[in-house]
Design a protein. Structure first.
Length: 144
């Protein structure tokens, strides 16, 4: 009886720790989740608020669009309702890495689970006091 109770307590503790870590990890991807939700909802202004720099340029180039809102509108228009639903739900954060670089700037890389946008690695930085997506794609990974 005591042994079964001890096993139950240990298993409960492990489950609670795992859930806590998972919840924390998902919170670290809040900016990427905001982008996914905005694209899934067909809300270009909201998606554009979290994009800047190379991320914005890549999106516009990829979709051959002049301007962020046109690019996001084209991206959203190409999605099925099922794909939009996936984006509006929470795509899992698989990995979060951050570092202070030699120039004292910070770099954050967030790896998301597979998703309809086929965008999985995001680079985040603080721009004008807000966390924004500054780049994306496996070719920009620097932290390992």
């Amino acid at each position: 009886m005591k042994r079964a109770l001890a096993v139950l307590v240990v298993l409960t503790a492990v489950v609670l720790v795992f859930r806590g870590c998972d919840h924390h990890l998902q919170g670290l991807g809040a900016t990427v989740h905001a982008y996914f939700r905005a694209v899934g909802a067909g809300d270009p202004p909201a998606a554009c608020r979290v994009l800047t720099g190379a991320a914005l340029a890549k999106l516009q180039d990829r979709l051959n669009a002049r301007g962020c809102e046109k690019a996001v509108a084209r991206l959203a228009a190409g999605l099925t309702e099922e794909q939009r639903a996936i984006l509006r739900a929470r795509v899992a954060v698989l990995e979060y890495r951050s570092a202070i670089l030699p120039d004292f700037s910070s770099r954050i890389e967030v790896t998301m689970d597979r998703n309809p946008l086929r965008q999985e690695l995001f680079v985040l930085a603080e721009v004008d006091g807000r966390e924004q997506i500054v780049d994306w794609g496996w070719d920009v990974r620097r932290l390992s």
